[in-house]
Write a protein that binds this ligand. Sequence first.
Ligand code: ADE
Length: 246
Amino acid sequence: MTFAAQILTLYPEMFPGPLGQSLAGRALSEGRWSCDTIQIRDFATDKHRSVDDTPAGGGAGMVLKPDVVAAAVDHAITRQPDAPILAMTPRGRPLTQERVRELAAGPGVTILCGRFEGFDERLFEARPIEPVSIGDYVLSGGETAAIVLLDACIRLLPGVMGAASSGDEESFESGLLEYPHYTRPVEWEGRTIPEVLRSGDHAKIAAWRKQRAEEDTRLRRPDLWERHSGARDQSPSGAQRKKKDR
Ligand code: ADE
């Protein structure tokens, strides 16, 4: 089955962009996913083909017009009625590996890319659109965010990465960052690969990796660590373990 990506944008020439290369590019030519763009401007109705207007209440920038964007979304829905519709915006819910897995398991995605100050809020009330953010920073438009989201989905499609993507050890799969990796040369600029990784003792290696995954998560991502250790400390009855037992 082909994972069908449908992208609504003012810059259709940005797609497939980097997704035309490497793993995603091969998967695209093998028909594992498809990439169709819809030009939002084609749904403008005035003679200037306007897609944006000044913000109500004043302020900087421009806002995408709801009537024009909704017409483009309605067109996308007729073409692909079963795909979830996502809108890329820094005001969206943060994208997670869990949501990526759900999306990759479905028929595809319709992605709405914002520009300027963003979308008219009424659009989210009038159509079933899920606002998605890829992080707490502001991009110049939703297109690069859409490329990030698609890349995360495509690598999980069957046959795209083979065994590598099924790894339960990847970052976030266990709620932790992945352990660090090393390869030859054994010594480089005076630094050696940790001895345990060269020991051949698989139980010891697994224990070292678990410990490093936990330590790095605790130091680099206290938010993830808090959630992980909170879930772990929950007893089957739902009661919290006492602090001194941890
Ligand atoms: N558009 C602009 N910034 C964005 C972000 N952080 N995530 C998703 N879409 C965006």
